[in-house]
Design a protein around this ligand. Sequence first.
Ligand SMILES: [Ca+2]
Ligand SMILES: [Ca+2]
Ligand SMILES: [Ca+2]
Length: 287
Amino acid sequence: MKKFVSLLITVLLISSVLGFGVFAADYTVPFATTEPKIDGIIDDIWSIAEEIIPAEIHDDEDMCTGYVKLLWTPEALYALEVVKDSTLLDPPDEATFTNWVDLWISEKNTQTDSYDTDEGDYHVGIDFTGISMPYTGNPAIHDVVEFKVNLTSDGYITEVKIPFLTIAPAEPGHVIGFNVTFNDDIDKDGKRDSYATWMEQEGREGYYWSSTYLNTVIFGDIPTETEEPVAVEEPAAEAPAEAAPAPVAEAAPAAPAPAAQTGDISALLVLVSVTAAAGIAIAKKER
Ligand SMILES: [Ca+2]
Ligand SMILES: [Ca+2]
Ligand SMILES: [Ca+2]
């Protein structure tokens, strides 16, 4: 038995080296059986998604905290951003891009070294006052993205709908490149003091943000109940005095067929690193 276990471990290690199942996606996005309403209020459907927590902090441990969740449909990626930030400027509408969340997306997980090579590579940054920031990648995303920010008692909540530019209709198993960063102005001087990233950057100094170094995210399966809706039964009628034609059940509406997994999971996440200077030079947008 011991030999068998040892052999099994060896086989698994060799398989890993050969690349079988090594680079699993970092996050599985549930299919949105109900599309969330983009109103900055957390819908029930968000409970099916796991939290993504940007845990690598640069450079103040006291910075804002929170999480992001993702959902997908064939036409769009949905993001929920929940941030606890006790140092928002007051009044908030005088401050833009002092406290915000960045979503970095590569629809085809291109793994190229810049955001200029594919129309599916882009950035969606929205600050707590509800202003989006064109920064890098395909600017066309800003023509279609929908979002709403709500201030909360301890921070802000943002919901975002990001219609796909290049992969619609998306299929289960598709892999995208993805990262999220939180940004915080802590001393309220209008300049960022710290940021936190989901994709690790430690030890990767010298690299810049690019799709090469995005973590990977895979679209989960479409639930069976969504594939084959159950027809609603007509209630049984009283026995008629005369024979009547039996009621014909209505055909169930057509549902999207499950697509084959693309098996596109190839990505390794490497890190990006941004020097503080090259990090995120923010073009403040005049209101
Ligand atoms: Ca909502
Ligand atoms: Ca703050
Ligand atoms: Ca500051």
